[in-house]
Design a protein around this ligand. Structure first.
Ligand code: SF4
Ligand code: SF4
Length: 152
């Protein structure tokens, strides 16, 4: 698996994170299986970043749900204010953030639930949903303008 931190730092917000085909797919796992988050003892692991923990091929980190997603969130760094709302609310820990800077989306684990888009407070939003196969550049070129406040 590639190093998520290195990949994220390559080009903050533009580099969309995806490890590719080397992860176990959700449909390759027996129904009812439980995939622990990481290998080993949970004591003293809180200080380790996700990419610093130990994994086998039977952890949720080394499995992917990407193939069931039909729509994906796209991140626009030009609008983001690094408020971390999306990181707090994402139910799948798929928002990548380091040192309080939003880095991008982990598309291997994002389910496309749209929660991050809902909670993003900027105008326009810094995360918007697009069809799964939309190119990043095309998505960014369609970004809406800032909405003006309506006068009463
Ligand atoms: S769409 Fe859902 S799973 Fe994906 S990054 Fe947003 S909140 Fe997380
Ligand atoms: S919720 Fe929106 S503005 Fe806040 S960090 Fe996430 S993308 Fe950026």
């Amino acid at each position: 698996m590639q190093d998520i931190k290195l990949r994220a730092n390559e080009n903050r917000g533009i580099h969309q994170l995806e490890s590719g085909n080397d992860l176990v797919g959700w449909n390759e796992v027996t129904q009812g299986s439980i995939l622990p988050s990481f290998e080993g003892n949970a004591n003293n692991i809180a200080h380790l970043k996700a990419e610093e923990r130990s994994y086998s091929n039977h952890n949720s980190y080394t499995a992917t749900v990407a193939s069931w997603r039909v729509r994906k969130p796209v991140f626009n760094i030009d609008v983001c204010i690094d408020c971390q709302n999306c990181w707090v609310w994402c139910p799948d820990s798929s928002i990548l953030s380091r040192d309080k800077q939003m880095l991008g989306i982990d598309y291997d684990h994002c389910k496309g639930c749209e929660v991050c888009v809902e909670v993003c407070p900027t105008n326009p939003k810094s995360l918007l949903m697009f069809n799964e196969h939309e190119e990043l550049g095309t998505a960014l070129s369609q970004w809406p303008e800032k909405k003006k406040k309506e006068k009463n």
